[in-house]
Design a binder for this molecule. Structure first.
Ligand SMILES: NC(=O)c1ccc[n+]([C@@H]2O[C@H](COP(=O)([O-])OP(=O)(O)OC[C@H]3O[C@@H](n4cnc5c(N)ncnc54)[C@H](OP(=O)(O)O)[C@@H]3O)[C@@H](O)[C@H]2O)c1
Length: 299
């Protein structure tokens, strides 16, 4: 599927991707290479010669990765604390250290992937840490571009991916909180194009963009569309918030929980682009609708 597709050549540019091995990072890598950039991908477990070892907190690693690059994209993120990786470390201290090192080297093209809902007053620790990260990165590197996506969808995503796996063996799918939470799903290729355009266009410096697709859809509608696209019929069963909280509390006992109480707090707020926010249109990107994304995922 074509993505974002306005001018924005990165020929001759060298870009470091922190979190470039993840779902969005892999797509950003493809987009940047297609536009002519060379990449340095930082990963905890490098899998190819263009990847360099990096674990959050490794200052020497940051220096080695930034040496010779002229753009940086920060995509490291977690959905639940794990070991020494708490939300503030992953979403605030980590990117702030990289932004400060980039600024010291005179690298102004820094893109931070934050999230819609970033808010210092949010009840969710994830959202508070994203807001703190935005502030800290801006303080270190005033020209940083901040991109806040709604849920990001495409092959390998965490939303349709999770529920379609569940639908393979379960006759019913849970409508958490009744299925009324609103989203504005954005195609991963459009997020990647937005990153590329931010790196390519100096006029985006200092900008904040909220990235949402063309439709606002609730949780129930998204599951219905997914089931239709994957040719499955399943019962959609409302799950009250109180039951979801109980289930999340149990999941949190696992090292990689499928659902947490913090995520439920995020789900209790609509995840849509704020009125008046700059977005994909301001970057010259016409967003791909969810039906087209589902065709790409399920054929
Ligand atoms: N997916 C969405 O719907 C969505 C929506 C809004 C915002 N976002 C934000 O977008 C960003 C990317 O999301 P994603 O969906 O691509 O996540 P993902 O697939 O889980 O990828 C996370 C990335 O972070 C890296 N990472 C995690 N902990 C690390 C650590 N301690 N040190 C170094 N690297 C570490 C992982 O690298 P390894 O290879 O080393 O594991 C991986 O590359 C995140 O900041 C997320 O909050 C995502």
């Amino acid at each position: 599927m074509p993505s974002g597709r306005s001018a924005g050549s990165l020929a001759g540019r060298s870009v470091a991707l922190f979190g470039g091995s993840g779902f969005i990072g892999r797509r950003v890598a493809v987009e940047l290479v297609a536009r002519g950039a060379s990449l340095r991908v930082a990963s905890r477990s490098p899998r190819s010669p263009d990847q360099m070892r990096y674990r959050r907190g490794d200052a020497a690693g940051i220096d080695a990765i930034l040496d010779g690059v002229d753009g940086v994209v920060h995509l490291i993120g977690i959905l639940a604390p794990h070991g020494s990786d708490d939300f503030m470390a992953a979403h605030c201290d980590g990117p702030a250290a990289i932004a400060a090192a980039a600024q010291q080297r005179g690298i102004e093209d820094f893109v931070l992937i934050s999230a819609i809902g970033a808010d210092p007053a949010s009840p969710a620790a994830y959202a508070r840490s994203k807001a703190a990260g935005e502030l800290a990165v801006r303080a270190a590197c005033p020209a940083a571009r901040i991109l806040r996506p709604s849920i990001v969808v495409g092959p390998g995503d965490g939303f349709f991916g999770l529920f379609s796996r569940m639908a393979r063996f379960s006759p019913l799918l849970p409508l958490i909180g009744g299925g009324h939470s609103k989203f504005q799903p954005v195609y991963v290729g459009d997020v990647a194009a937005a990153v590329a355009i931010c790196l390519a266009r100096p006029e985006t410096r200092g900008g904040l963009y909220e990235l949402g697709g063309p439709e606002v859809l609730d949780f129930r509608r998204l599951l219905e569309m997914m089931l239709r696209a994957s040719h499955r019929r399943r019962w959609l069963v409302p799950m009250p918030w109180s039951v979801a909280r109980l289930e999340a509390r149990l999941f949190e006992l696992l090292p990689r929980p499928l659902l947490t109480r913090d995520q439920l707090k995020m789900l209790q707020r609509d995840n849509v682009v704020a009125a008046g926010a700059r977005g994909l249109g301001d970057l010259g990107i016409e967003p791909v609708p969810v039906d087209a994304v589902l065709r790409e995922i399920f054929g």
